[in-house]
Design a protein around this ligand. Structure first.
Ligand code: NAP
Length: 252
């Protein structure tokens, strides 16, 4: 089996760190041109673009701002003329206990939903409208185990956002399949990335591995190849699906 995505343009949000960075590196091995989105980490994104080549470029956008999400897709189209695959990977965690002051709790809720769901929704809208004009495209949404298992009350908004992403992906798959649009979810469990540094430090690796059926933590390299396979077209008849990558810590 040969996966050759040369000539394809793939927008990866949150390409500057963790899972997104690894996805960029794996996709680039297929010859794809990657639009590497970042927010604050320009240096990492630029280094990555230089490393992967293939005319890959970096694009800044704060996905907490709706107008920046629309502009991001427009900027990528301006640069490359087309997008073949959208990977909605960027995400953040903003925890709030339920007994936090109401305005503080609501601020955390709104920011979490905006970055983790609304931004992906806006980019999905832009991508689908673009894809139907050119015979199709693929969307790969990086959700979370939390979408299916749920999470602790502090993560209420995060779990809700990731569940919303799953419903969105299924809806797009069902509505636009005949127009060539495919949509998938990848749902990781705990992955060793900067987002989790505080938890690794707090609980320690041994404790976190005890939650898994396998004998080591999941790394970004355990997630990225699935994204390449979904982007390749070999998985098109699985459109609408969600793939768990959680070392059997939560089996549905
Ligand atoms: P990470 O290393 O912290 O990377 C997060 C990425 O999202 C960064 O590229 C960051 O950009 C970008 N981002 C964060 N806030 C943003 C904002 N306001 N606007 C634009 N971009 C923003 O985390 P990760 O673990 O790789 O997470 C990637 C995805 O996997 C997320 O959607 C996360 O929810 C999901 N996930 C992670 C795990 C896990 O255990 N690690 C598990 C399940 C799901 P800058 O750095 O440039 O600011």
């Amino acid at each position: 089996m040969n996966i050759d995505l040369s000539g394809k343009v793939i927008l990866v949000t949150g390409g500057s760190s963790g899972i997104g960075k690894c996805i960029v590196q794996y996709l680039a091995k297929t010859g794809a041109t990657i639009a590497i989105h970042y927010n604050r980490n320009a240096e990492s994104a630029q280094e990555l673009a230089s490393e992967v080549g293939c005319n890959s470029q970096i694009f800044q956008a704060d996905l907490a701002k709706p107008e920046a999400c629309f502009k991001l897709f427009a900027d990528v189209l301006d640069s490359y003329g087309a997008v073949d695959v959208l990977v909605n990977n960027a995400g953040m965690i903003c925890t709030r206990p339920l007994d936090a002051p109401a305005d503080d709790w609501l601020e955390g809720w709104n920011r979490t939903i905006m970055v983790n769901l609304t931004a992906a929704g806006i980019l999905t809208r832009e991508a689908v409208n673009h894809f139907v004009t050119r015979g199709g495209g693929r969307i790969i949404n990086i959700a979370s185990r939390a979408a299916f298992r749920g999470d602790t009350p502090e993560y209420l908004a995060y779990a809700a956002a990731k569940s919303g992403m799953v419903a969105m992906s299924k809806s797009i798959a069902r509505a636009f399949g005949k127009q060539g649009v495919k949509s998938f979810v990848v749902a990781p469990g705990f992955v060793r990335t900067p987002i989790n540094d505080p938890y690794l430090e707090k609980y320690g690796e041994d404790f976190l591995v005890r939650d898994l059926a396998l004998d080591r933590l999941t790394e970004p390299d355990d997630v990225a190849p699935t994204v390449v396979f979904l982007a390749s077209g070999y998985m098109d008849h699985a459109t609408g699906c969600s793939i768990d990558i959680n070392a059997a810590s939560y089996v549905r």
